[in-house]
Design a protein around this ligand. Structure first.
Ligand SMILES: Nc1ncnc2c1ncn2[C@@H]1O[C@H](COP(=O)(O)OP(=O)(O)O)[C@@H](O)[C@H]1O
Ligand SMILES: [Mg+2]
Length: 246
């Protein structure tokens, strides 16, 4: 049984088609990247999987369970963890408190178990030393890592990462990619939207490309990047190469 399965998933907002019959499946522990021009529907696809957006048609199932009537918090507890393209911590709470909320709400832990879970997640992403800092005072790298720690605190079976490397320096991207590879090594499946193609290529073994809400390529990363379908999508705009989208 696949871990995650999308079957003909479609969604439009007025005239804008954000998902156009998307079909693919992910196996347990898979490591998959997602590329596509701005506005392609990548973030919307995460919203459809996490439950923030309801599809107009098609079905999504997780570990064989149809998610149609499953609310977002339940999906999180089932093991669908997500980071947001624009980090959204509780600004006035500390880093630790932010992670603790995720451990309590997402993993349904209580008492000492919540504290342990929250601390472990912060350690895992290299943020333990910043535990007492207000989240609102963090620079971008640490905001991105906090997003990851919060997602980890819910004990995910899959992590949906939305441009977690965007805006970081080269060295920061290398560090963050290593953390993500470590998580995948522990058996957590990764579905990673990223414009920093170099980071994806160091981590994923499969790549999806979305354009106008449709899946236009799905396969081995370098083959997908070199494919006519993907070149056409970026034509007249930006061409993908290994140092990113330029
Ligand atoms: N809630 C919404 N209402 C209306 N339009 C939306 C909504 N969410 C996204 N869109 C539009 O859908 C398109 C796809 O957006 P998005 O999924 O964020 O793309 P990507 O992440 O690939 O850049 C964009 O044109 C965006 O403006
Ligand atoms: Mg997006």
């Amino acid at each position: 049984m696949p871990l995650l399965q999308l079957e003909g998933v479609s969604k439009r907002f007025g005239q804008v088609v954000v998902a156009d019959g998307i079909t693919f499946q992910l196996e347990e522990g898979a490591s998959v990247g997602v590329v596509g021009p701005n506005g392609a529907g990548k973030t919307s696809m995460f919203g459809l999987i996490s439950g923030d957006i309801k599809p107009d048609s098609g079905s999504i199932s997780f570990e064989g369970r149809d998610l149609h009537r499953v609310a977002t918090p339940t999906r999180c507890r089932m093991g669908i963890g997500r980071t947001y393209q624009i980090p959204q911590p509780f600004e006035h709470m500390t880093v630790f408190e932010n992670t603790l909320v995720a451990a309590q709400q997402g993993a349904r832990t209580r008492g000492v178990a919540s504290y342990e879970k929250a601390y472990q997640s912060l350690e895992r992403v290299g943020m333990a030393a910043l535990a007492n800092r207000p989240a609102g005072s963090l620079a971008l790298l640490h905001r991105k890592r906090l997003e990851l720690a919060r997602a980890l605190s819910s004990n995910p079976r899959i992590l949906l990462l939305d441009e977690i490397a965007g805006g970081l320096t080269d060295a920061e991207v290398v560090d963050l990619s290593a953390v993500i590879r470590g998580l995948q090594g522990e058996g957590i499946a990764i579905l990673w939207i990223e414009h920093v193609v170099r980071a994806l290529l160091s981590t994923v073994d499969r790549l999806l490309c979305l354009a106008n809400g449709a899946l236009v390529a799905d396969g081995e990363p370098r083959e997908v990047l070199a494919s006519d379908a993907v070149r056409t999508v970026y034509l007249g705009g930006r061409i993908i190469n290994e140092s990113g989208v330029s």
